[in-house]
Design a protein around this ligand. Structure first.
Ligand code: PGA
Length: 218
């Protein structure tokens, strides 16, 4: 019997790709680096923003110093513009309401830095009482390290068998495997279905209602 449902954020609950792309392009452009189409960012996102910048910088320019330079211009811009174009995927607010109503504990485990994770979740899901909203924090390993899932499990006082972790990327599928919890992929996010299938998740949801069906809610 599942008790706790932990969601990834970018590409799972919210489509954030256009704001992430705009903020990164803003930072790249300010240093004269080439920018990228929004679609290219689907494959840059997933391992936190430093990795995003490393992937977005041109060959030969991917140094830690350049990553920090881009970060310093990205953060103030993204903090102001992280919800300009971002929206929940269809049916997500209703699905969360239903899970909450059925008594499931809900949580978020994201590689997005903590401040933006908290802000976006409160802005888009003000009526959902999340047990934990965790993003990337200094000194804590990011996904696919299972620590974030273990921390949420402890806070919720729920055993691993009672947890479902839901995400849209290979990083999420690997996180679920590393944490030893039931893992579900969603095909509406940033990555192709084949990427998820390679990790043999318990299920792949093609629409938000599929998550309810997986959890036995009609
Ligand atoms: O910011 C990222 O790299 C990805 O964030 P996510 O873990 O919510 O998908």
């Amino acid at each position: 019997m599942k008790r706790l449902v932990i969601f990834d954020l970018d590409g799972t609950l919210l489509n954030t790709i256009a704001d992430l792309a705009a903020a990164t392009n803003h930072a790249l452009q300010s240093y004269g680096y080439p920018t990228h189409d929004t679609d290219a960012y689907r494959f840059f996102v997933g391992n936190g923003i430093n990795k995003l910048f490393e992937r977005a910088l041109p060959e030969g320019e991917k140094s830690p110093e350049n990553v920090q330079k881009i970060r310093a211009r990205f953060i103030p811009y993204y903090n102001l513009h992280n919800a300009d174009l971002s929206l929940p995927y269809p049916g997500i607010p209703e699905m969360l309401e239903k899970l909450q109503h059925q008594g499931f504990l809900l949580a978020v485990a994201s590689n997005k830095y903590q401040e933006a994770t908290t802000k976006l979740i409160h802005q888009f899901f003000p009526d959902i009482r999340f047990t934990a909203i965790l993003g990337q924090r200094e000194g804590i390993p990011s996904k696919p390290d299972p620590q974030i899932i273990e921390e949420i499990a402890q806070k919720a006082k729920v055993s691993k068998e009672a947890i479902v972790y839901i995400g849209d990327s290979c990083v999420d599928m690997q996180t679920g495997v590393n944490a030893g919890v039931t893992t579900v992929g969603v095909s509406w996010g940033f990555r192709p279905r084949t990427e998820l299938e390679a990790y043999h998740p318990a299920s792949i949801a093609d629409k938000s209602a599929d998550i309810l069906t997986f959890l036995g809610i009609g």
